[in-house]
Design a protein around this ligand. Structure first.
Ligand SMILES: [Zn+2]
Length: 76
């Protein structure tokens, strides 16, 4: 009976290790991509995530304010 319990515990530990490693790999794949996708704001030179940046005329802006500032520069 004790052997069966020990065997069950070993399977349980192996199961956790196997799925724990799988999760870590998935997170590692996602993290570098998010870090690489950084763009420089054309106005204030702040680096922002591409998902948060505003793209206009091939330039990236960190906020609506910077986009408007760039527009004003072109007008004057
Ligand atoms: Zn900016």
């Amino acid at each position: 009976m004790l052997k069966i319990i020990l065997f069950a515990i070993l399977i349980y530990i192996a199961y956790i290790l196997f799925f724990g490693k799988k999760r870590e790999k998935k997170e590692d794949k996602n993290r570098p991509q998010e870090e690489e996708l950084m763009v420089e704001c054309a106005v204030c030179k702040t680096f922002v995530a591409i998902s948060e940046a505003i793209k206009k005329d091939g330039q990236y802006f960190c906020s609506q304010n910077c986009m408007k500032a760039e527009d004003d520069n072109h007008r004057t």
